[in-house]
Design a protein around this ligand. Sequence first.
Ligand SMILES: C[S@@+](CC[C@H](N)C(=O)[O-])C[C@H]1O[C@@H](n2cnc3c(N)ncnc32)[C@H](O)[C@@H]1O
Length: 417
Amino acid sequence: MLSGGFRVAALTVLVMSLLDALFGYAPAQVVHVAARLGIADHLARGPRSSSELAAATGTHEPSLRRLLRGLACLSGVSEDSPGVFSLTDDGAVLRSDAPDSIRRMVMLSVSDEVWRSWGELEYSVRTGKSAWEKVTGATSFAYFATHDEQRLTFNFAMSQHTRTVAPVFLAGYDFSRFATLVDLGGGNGTLISCLLRAVPGMKGVLFDTADGLESSSEVLAAAGVSDRCEVMVGDFFDSVPPGADAYVIKSVIHDWDDADTVRILSNCRRAMGPSGVLLVIEPVLPDVCSAEDTGAVMSDLNMLVLTEGRERTEAEFASLYEAAGLTLVELVGPLAGYRLIVGMVSSAEENMPRPSADGPVSVSIACSGCGISPTTRPFGEHTPAMSPMDPFGLPPEYRNTTRPAASSSSTVDRSAT
Ligand SMILES: C[S@@+](CC[C@H](N)C(=O)[O-])C[C@H]1O[C@@H](n2cnc3c(N)ncnc32)[C@H](O)[C@@H]1O
């Protein structure tokens, strides 16, 4: 037990760190508003006064100066002389044109919708329901389908974050063992571009909804991998492209509840050959959490507030894998806060195509450019998973492209994206 001065000092540290946490909203909004105003872009060519910056951003100079002082306290800018600010190395990541820019990530993380949803944390804790849905009236993906600017910000934010962690995955796991790889819910292709660049012999399929794939043709072209990467519009609740050596699915499973997760994983299991490998990339919660797990725990709360999903423990992943006919064989990492949760088909026989009760309805999902053999699969067993309920509220044009009848034309027309 502490006594006297030590106890006072310990309490002071406790209160100070609690105060830091309580006032966390202040730095979050300072960085957010600076990112929205493009302060880093305006400082890209050298120091500027708060008056010049106010004129460039159309803001109230004395108040902007107070914001800039706040940003200086967070190391984003430095105040070189009274009222004159320059960009620091730390702040340079807020430039929209920086190769390692996180500007969109900042704009998403503290966006109006996220901010208001976190204000409803108590609602989520009391009901177990998504605060985002309460606040916006729609699930996140349905909302993004009808809000272009927010969707762009979300897609870019995902890609900016993925770009920063992909090299760590490559350093921690040998992807060169695979000749073919599908990235499910791969967004604009940032992760698969990094993987294909690192493994020159590998071919890939980038699979996502039409909304998620926005800008993918530019991302793949910029990485010089377009000729090795097929782009497919699809719905992983219907089916996923068959026959690849590996199925990567990063930051997707935590968006969904257990029932939806089993549907996605079951479709992966159906698509995988006997030696296929599933790589779910997510944080993994320990059975008992401590301060070291803050990242994963806060991400779990973020999922509570924003989605129907959650972060999970190893045992929870193992039981979801089992329910989908998969076995969790290895946990790789932590790698930049994530684990590669490696799964394989539980039994080779289970993966063999089976005719449905109504007789086989064959559908060919061809991946012509990637070398994954176009496999004819009985689609009857997939059909029940296509619930008449459309939990995503996706727009009609997307639905058409993902229906089996349209699968031969389900490859994205790159010129249109
Ligand atoms: C959180 S983002 C992760 C993106 C990417 N994997 C990454 O880590 O950067 C989730 C992705 O799942 C995609 N997605 C959501 N519902 C989907 C569906 N039914 N079928 C295919 N992709 C879907 C979204 O469009 C989005 O790109």
